[in-house]
Write a protein that binds this ligand. Sequence first.
Ligand SMILES: NC(=O)C1=CN([C@@H]2O[C@H](COP(=O)(O)OP(=O)(O)OC[C@H]3O[C@@H](n4cnc5c(N)ncnc54)[C@H](O)[C@@H]3O)[C@@H](O)[C@H]2O)C=CC1
Ligand code: BAL
Length: 520
Amino acid sequence: MHELNKYSGSSLPRRTTKMPGSTTLEFDNAAYRGSISLNTGLFIDGKWVDPVEPDMIDIINPASGKKIAAVSLGSSKDVDIAVKAAQKAYKTTWGLKCPGSQRGKLLTRLADLMERDIDQFTALESLNGGKPFAVAKGVDLAGAISTIRYFGGWADKIHGKTIESNETKLAYTRHEPYGVVGQIIPWNFPILMLSWKAGPALATGNCIVLKPSEMTPLSALKFAELVAEAGFPPGVVNIVNGYGKTVGQAISEHMHISKVAFTGSTLVGRKILEAAARSNLKVVTLELGGKSPTVIFDDCNLDQTLKWAMQAMYLNMGQSCVAGSRMFVQEGIYPEFMEKFTAMVKAFGEATGDPFAPTTMHGPQVSQVQFDRIMSYIASGKESGATVHIGGDRHGTEGYFIQPTIFTDCTPDMKIVKEEIFGPVVAVMKFKTEEEVIEAANATDYGLSACVFSENVGRALRVAHAFESGSVFVNSAQLIECSIPFGGYKASGIGREQGEYALETYTQVKAVHVNTGLII
Ligand SMILES: NC(=O)C1=CN([C@@H]2O[C@H](COP(=O)(O)OP(=O)(O)OC[C@H]3O[C@@H](n4cnc5c(N)ncnc54)[C@H](O)[C@@H]3O)[C@@H](O)[C@H]2O)C=CC1
Ligand code: BAL
């Protein structure tokens, strides 16, 4: 089936023609003009194929709630086929058969192709995820391209060590790929999270079976086209769209997938660990939820802090695992901070709207389900006695827009303080001392990210070191980079993505003992 849909801003899609397995999306707005043709099937063994059991899912524009396109939905049978293709590629054209320099060349070429098509990718991310175009381009696409390029640079620099144990033995280690790895991607940063997973896996010589979120697969389909254009051998990258409970579960429990990498909810992270334990004890890395503290001391640079705190909380409509959703403000600066922060959030809220409009800074939540989940947290905050300082309601009548919201008078027992909301909702609390705020900041099951704002270097670093958190930002926020490791303490995850550390999670160490003279 081929569909042609036209977009002026977030106006309704217009379907005009049909052919098998593809769609054309036409954009005519200030941010992007042009058409994007996409295959909508599964990408297995270098080809576009229909699922074994034909099934489709409608892809929704969150700014309007209307259908964009329909794409194929795979099942466990398609995962089996993809794994076989990946195994074959691993043994014949990839893995230890392909020099790192060649893998690096292909990844670099892929990054160049993504850069060539950056506006197309951005348009897809904005349409499918509701992201303001400029933000999607500057954050999601810039980050994804850098990540693929960065790991391309590592591909020929992966090596073990020589160990001199005694006169009659030479020992050395090899850092070998796992073979076939499974990767399960969320909807909040679709192409960026895909790059975090595909980059290190391919650089180290693994073949991948990747499942995008069933809600936001469009950029992954475009990525697959560029994988083919770059010249990756068939079967190295396989993309099987589908639901978590079918395709995701099949990946987690597959006997021939040796490692799985997941980003998403803590609930599903537990299921993946269980499936790994029940099946082949595959290695699991998990990047899960967060309830990150932003700690603001009286002696901060207020103007800078305000901007960073905004970004920490409201980037991507609050749909970020590192969102600074618990804000602790020291009592001396609290009145001035709140006055200025409220004005900024109000202005930000006024820039809510069509993701393709140049003035838009705040778009819709990704889906009706997420919209309902966030609205129920807002209701819970109101019921539990917190004060809606600003926002607290939906925006407009169409799509899944929610006003940027600030709750004050929050206490540690409230759901809005304890649980990940994954929306534009911050709980603000006042504090007196450094000791008190460290204890409050760490009083959570999560430990993904934390921010501290203070011009006193000693204090800032003391607090940074005291946070129980995988990433800490001092006088900044959300500046995740491809060369710097990222991952969680506590229930926020297992393992690290990004940077040199990511290479370790995609390789297994083999120790080779060579007898150079020992006689028995
Ligand atoms: N750490 C992060 O970046 C993310 C965190 N979340 C958190 O999760 C909450 C719920 O969002 P959901 O979309 O329900 O997240 P989710 O964890 O269900 O979805 C993430 C991915 O996991 C897949 N999945 C779902 N069930 C699975 C299973 N049984 N086995 C294997 N894969 C499975 C989904 O299809 C999707 O590709 C959000 O409100 C947020 O708190 C969601 C997305 C990303
Ligand atoms: N999951 C890593 C990026 C983010 O959600 O902020």
